[in-house]
Ligand binder design. Structure first.
Ligand code: ZN
Length: 357
C-alpha cells in the first residue's frame, strides 16, 4: 500500500510538472529508403541483409512500426498523444523493382506496414521500376502507395521565363495528374506527397497545403506536434546512414519543439553562403540547452542562446553548391540516452540558379 501511494504520488508529480507528457509519444520517426539491392548506387541503397537487420532491430527493441495513415490521422486530429511510444514509420521512395523483389518479402516476414512514394510517369521504365501490377500486389499485402510527383523534377525550380502563376499551374498539374494516375490504378489514395529530392520552399508548401496534401522531406529528425504538416522530416537510412550504430540514436530521437525558424526559405540567394539560422522553441523544459550541438556537414556550429527558448547558429565556412542541412541535437533531461533533434535544409545554387541532383 505504501509503495502504491508512493507510485501514485510520483505519477501525479510527473504529470503536474509536464514530464509525463514528454514520455507519452506525440513523436514519430520515419525511415526513408530507396533501393534495396547489392548492385545499385551505395548512397541510396541498403542491402537486403541490412534491411532485415533494421527490421529485426525494430521488432526486438520495442519499437512500434505503425502505418503512415495512423501517424497522419493522429497529428491532423490533434491526437498525437495517443500514438505509441517509439513509433516508427517505414517509407520507400521512387518505387524501384528491387523493393518488390527484396524489401516486400522481408516486410511481409516481419509483418510490418510501409509506404511507397511513386512517380507514375517513370513507371513505364519497367525493368527499373515496379509496374502497376506489382504495386497492386504490394497494396494487397497492406502497403500504401502514394505520390512522389509525375517524373521527379526539381519542383521548386522555376523554368526560364516562367512567372509565379505559371510555376504554380505547372507544378499543381504535375501533382494532380500523378495523383490521378495512382487513384486510377489503385483506387483513391490519401493525399500524401514526398518532395522529389526532399526539396521544398514556402511557396511549394503553400501550394500543397491548398491542394489538401501532407508532405514529406528528407531532412532528418523526428515528427512532433510542432512539425508543419507540409515539411515532415524523415531519416535517410541508406548508404552510410544504414549503420545500426548511428540509426539507433535516430530511432530514439525526440522532436525538438520548434515553433519558428528564420530564414523560412531553404533556397539561398547567391550571396548567402553562410546562412545564420535562428530557431525558436515552444519550450526547452526537458532539453539540456547547454549541451545543444549543431552541425553543418562536418563543421561543428557553436550555438548562441538568445534566451532559454531561442538560439542562433552560423557556419564559418561557406556551404557547398547543392543541398545541405544544419542538424541540431540536445540531450533529454528526463529520458537518458534520448536526444531532441532538429534539421533545417538549405540549397545553394550555382551562378545560373542550378544545383546537382
Ligand atoms: Zn525520390
Amino acid at each position: 500500500m505504501r509503495f502504491f501511494k508512493h507510485a501514485l504520488y510520483t505519477t501525479l508529480l510527473l504529470a503536474s510538472t509536464g514530464l509525463m507528457s514528454l514520455s507519452a509519444a506525440a513523436n514519430v520517426v520515419i525511415l526513408q529508403y530507396h533501393h534495396v539491392s547489392e548492385t545499385t548506387p551505395r548512397v541510396t541503397s541498403v542491402t537486403p541483409e541490412e534491411l532485415r537487420q533494421h527490421m529485426r532491430y525494430l521488432t526486438e527493441n520495442d519499437f512500434k512500426v505503425i502505418p503512415l495513415t495512423q501517424a497522419v490521422d493522429a497529428f491532423q486530429n490533434d491526437n498525437a498523444d495517443s500514438l505509441p511510444d517509439k513509433a516508427v514509420v517505414i517509407t520507400f521512395d521512387d518505387g524501384y523493382q528491387n523493393v518488390f523483389d527484396y524489401a516486400a518479402p522481408i516486410l511481409k516476414e516481419f509483418n510490418l506496414p510501409y509506404t511507397v512514394f511513386v512517380n507514375p510517369r517513370l513507371l513505364a521504365n519497367h525493368d527499373f521500376y515496379m509496374g502497376w501490377d506489382e504495386l497492386r500486389q504490394l497494396q494487397q499485402q497492406g502497403a500504401l502507395i502514394v505520390n512522389h510527383s509525375q517524373s521527379h523534377q526539381h519542383l521548386i525550380r522555376r523554368l526560364a521565363d516562367e512567372n509565379e502563376q505559371q510555376w504554380q499551374q505547372r507544378v499543381s498539374d504535375d501533382i494532380r495528374s500523378a495523383q490521378q494516375a495512382i487513384d486510377d490504378a489503385l483506387g483513391q489514395q490519401p493525399k500524401y506527397f514526398a518532395y522529389p529530392y526532399g526539396e521544398y520552399s514556402p511557396a511549394l508548401e503553400t501550394l500543397l497545403q491548398e491542394m489538401g496534401y501532407v508532405a514529406f522531406g528528407q531532412h532528418s529528425g523526428p515528427w512532433g506536434k510542432y512539425t508543419p504538416l507540409t515539411a515532415i522530416p524523415r531519416f535517410p537510412a541508406s548508404g552510410r546512414y544504414a549503420s545500426l550504430d548511428t540509426l539507433k540514436t535516430k530511432l530514439l530521437s525526440l522532436a525538438m519543439p520548434v515553433t519558428e525558424v528564420k530564414p523560412e526559405q531553404s533556397l539561398l540567394a547567391p550571396d548567402q553562403v553562410k546562412p545564420e539560422l535562428q530557431v525558436t522553441l515552444a519550450n526547452s523544459d526537458d532539453m539540456r540547452n547547454s549541451q545543444l550541438q549543431c552541425f553543418a556537414g562536418a563543421e561543428v556550429l557553436a550555438p548562441t542562446w538568445l534566451s532559454a527558448t531561442q538560439f542562433t547558429v552560423k557556419p564559418r565556412e561557406a556551404l557547398g553548391i547543392g543541398r545541405s542541412r544544419y542538424n541540431c541535437t540536445a540531450p533529454s533531461e528526463s529520458q537518458a540516452g534520448r536526444y531532441y533533434w532538429y534539421s533545417k535544409p538549405f540549397i545553394r545554387t550555382d551562378s545560373k540558379g542550378n544545383w546537382p541532383d
